[in-house]
Write a protein that binds this ligand. Structure first.
Ligand code: LIP
Length: 296
């Protein structure tokens, strides 16, 4: 594969590098294989005594299986596509020459994994642009795999989104299409919170204003699974501030390819400063509410 796979933007309407469907299909398959392989690894090879360190705060944990999962994913990706870049949550980033960067969360929902709660996933996405710069990248293929439920969500740009069940057997794909979505006051809304106490205090203030306006809140602890839940319809919408590219990349594409709308707020691209995902009409109503309580 060469750099000319990713052709430069063709029109102002498509300000992003373009990936043809053959490449998109290849990238989707690679992402799915890598996510399932790593997801099954973190379950089957979890040691009795799990090594745990902390990162940005005493509650921001990284386990030895996060690191081993990312090593396995990196090996898998670079075996089949050695020319690509890799940008992963646990570091050791790698430059590439193809115009494709793999954005990897080896275990999204690490605290749930640590506690044995069944809401964690491996998220693997191929993106164009620079994932280190908010607004300067977008996903073109990706997969999110929950090894406990067996749900493997996957999508490629222009190819739709689907979920299959991968365990001892593998199910057929079910296409994902978001519905019209309910009114705001009937909305089951997923969200999450940062690890830093000051950001959490501000997020609690936002939640105080949002909670009375919706049906209810759900906090599952994995952004990637929250985004896939919007595409699946097991929640109506999702918002969160403080996400990293690896939390967001694959789930972003699953939502958008299922017909959902995903953005930041106050006109920003989705990223650390905010993500809102929902069916289009509900997205607009939720965004208006959030922008009324979140300062620019
Ligand atoms: C998690 C996110 C989640 C957020 C958690 C945490 P991690 O990622 O997926 O949405 O609310 O605080 O950041 O740290 O488990 O990879």
């Amino acid at each position: 594969m060469t750099h000319d796979e990713v052709s430069e933007p063709t029109t102002s309407a498509a300000p992003w590098p373009v990936v043809d469907d053959a490449l998109g299909g290849e990238l989707e398959t690679v992402a799915l294989d890598a996510a399932v392989t790593a997801g099954q690894f973190v379950v089957s090879r979890r040691p009795q005594r799990l090594g745990v360190d902390t990162k940005s705060s005493d509650t921001d944990v990284v386990t030895e299986m996060d690191r081993r999962s990312e090593e396995l994913i990196r090996y898998h990706l670079l075996t089949v596509r050695p020319q690509d870049a890799v940008y992963g949550e646990e570091g050791n980033d790698r430059a590439g020459t193809s115009g494709i960067t793999w954005v990897v969360d080896p275990i999204d929902g690490t605290v749930n994994y640590l506690y044995g709660l069944p809401a964690y996933a491996v998220s693997v996405a191929a993106v164009v642009g620079d994932p280190r710069v908010s607004g300067a990248w977008r996903p073109v293929a990706g997969a999110v795999y929950n090894p406990v439920s067996g749900q493997a969500f996957h999508a490629r740009v222009g190819g739709g989104a689907a979920v299959r069940y991968v365990g001892h057997t593998v199910s057929a794909d079910t296409r994902l299409t978001v519905g019209d979505g309910p009114s705001l006051d009937q909305c089951l809304l997923a969200t999450g919170f940062a690890y830093g106490s000051q950001v959490r205090a501000r997020q609690a203030d936002v939640l105080r204003a949002v909670l009375p306006a919706v049906r209810d809140i759900r906090r599952f602890g994995s952004a990637a699974l929250d985004l896939c839940a919007v595409a699946l319809g097991t929640v109506d919408a999702y918002f969160e501030e403080g996400l990293n590219p690896w939390d967001l990349a694959a789930g972003w594409l699953v939502v958008s390819e299922a017909g959902g709308t995903l953005s930041g707020w106050h006109g920003r691209a989705p990223g650390a400063q905010g993500v809102v995902a929902a069916p289009p009409v509900l997205h607009a109503r939720l965004l208006t509410l959030l922008e009324s309580v979140i300062a620019d």
